[in-house]
Design a protein around this ligand. Structure first.
Ligand code: PLP
Length: 397
């Protein structure tokens, strides 16, 4: 029996199947290279779904875990913590935001954002509880976050859904947004600066600016979901820097932990003070271990050259995909190292992913028919070129 067969049999028997895994089991990683149970190597253009920004076995990440694990791991939020303050400061620096709540996943901090927005108006005695979000969005799988997700396939089976959520507007449509936000019971608008799972589609500058202006005029809150874009993925530490838009609340997760589970909900002082002690909490959030690892990762990403490199590599990748001159690539989307190729239905992104796996490259399909490239941010030009060389004959048909 091969190693893979043994791993698969055990997994199939015991792991609750909410995914449909590929017939591959990875056993180790180094840089942007993954090795499977049979010793075959792959170059990773998925990075755990936009998570492993520093690649695998990066000493910045592994040393931070080892050092902090020896010192202190979880102590609860009943006590002060140096590590917690250090990371919160690092995250809010350079933004209009002042305070941070820490959780352990993206959905968890989206949930925090929605509770915070509602609590803000509850404290004021205003009946504002509805949250508008966009079609094709993705905000996570908890009941609140999945209801805010503008893709019915993810939430319909779980009805009845929480009241006041599930009000969707088409992405990048200012008129539709203005109309939806005219409802006086709306407390907030939640939007991704670049839609991730929905198809790597960036918001236009006009749209996010209008979202800021309209919510401000109506006395509503703007929540930016940067769970996928945050932490340098787009070539800026926060994607909202591209749009000159200052949110009231911002959510982050994935990349800011570099592979360690973490979520962060950032808010302005004005909004953050709506939560009183006891209003919200979580056992694992803000553990010194998560804080120290994330701080090490974030410090590395925030180094000046790091982001320049992401932008340069992103352009290289984008140009490379365009230069394939595929009759099937309708548009190359995205920013930094969050890139998607929108494919004509004549070729299926999921089939391309399968063919690329066979050639030793891990890609992913998302949205309607988007081939997505979200490699570790430390990927090299050579690795990108090798991937493009393998991809070209498939995309040329
Ligand atoms: N928000 C966005 C924009 C995401 O892309 C995701 C996950 O893909 C989430 C929220 C949910 O994050 P998690 O899977 O960590 O709960």
């Amino acid at each position: 029996m091969t190693n893979f067969k043994r791993i698969k049999e055990q997994d199939d028997k015991y792991f609750l199947n909410t995914y449909a895994p590929f017939d591959i089991a990875f056993v180790s990683g180094e840089g942007s290279t993954l090795t499977d149970s049979e010793g075959k190597t792959y170059t990773d253009f998925l990075s755990g779904i936009a998570v492993n920004c520093l690649g695998y076995n990066n000493p910045i990440f592994t040393n931070a875990i080892a050092e902090q694990a020896k010192k202190l791991t979880v102590i609860s939020n009943y006590f002060y913590s140096e590590e917690r303050g250090v990371l919160a400061k690092l995250l809010v620096e350079g933004t209009n935001l002042n305070k941070v709540f820490f959780g352990s996943s993206g959905a968890e901090v989206v949930e925090c954002a929605l509770k915070l927005a509602r609590k803000y108006f509850y404290n004021k005695g205003e009946k504002k509880f509805k949250i508008v979000s966009t079609l094709e969005s993705f905000h996570g799988r908890t009941l609140g976050a999945v209801t805010l997700t503008g893709q019915p396939k993810y939430n319909l089976p779980f009805a009845p859904l929480p009241e006041g959520l599930g009000i969707y507007v088409p992405f990048n449509d200012i008129d539709a947004l203005e109309k939806a936000l005219s409802d006086p019971e709306v407390c907030a608008f939640l939007v991704e600066p670049v839609q991730g799972e929905g198809g790597v589609r960036p918001a236009t500058k006009e749209y996010l600016r209008a979202a800021r202006d309209i919510t401000r005029k109506n006395g509503q809150l703007l929540i930016l979901d940067e769970v996928q874009t945050g932490g340098g993925r787009t070539g800026k530490f926060w994607a909202c820097e591209y749009f000159d838009v200052e949110p009231d609340i911002l959510t982050a997760a994935k990349g800011i932990g570099g592979g360690f589970p973490i979520g962060a909900c950032l808010a302005t002082d004005e909004v953050a003070k709506a939560f009183y002690p006891g209003d919200h909490g979580t056992t694992f959030g803000a553990s010194p271990l998560a804080m120290a690892v994330s701080a090490a990762v974030v410090k590395e990403i925030k180094k000046p050259n790091f982001m320049e490199n992401v932008l340069r590599l992103g352009e290289h990748l984008k140009t490379g995909i365009k230069n394939i001159n595929s009759p099937y690539v309708k548009e190359v989307l995205g920013k930094g190292l969050m890139i998607g190729a929108d494919l004509d239905p004549a070729i299926q992104a999921k089939d391309v992913v399968q063919e690329m796996l066979e050639k030793g490259f891990v890609l992913n399909a998302c949205g309607k028919n988007i081939l997505r490239f979200i490699p570790p941010l430390i990927i090299t030009e050579q690795e990108i070129d090798n991937m493009l060389l393998a991809l070209a004959p498939i995309l040329r048909g």
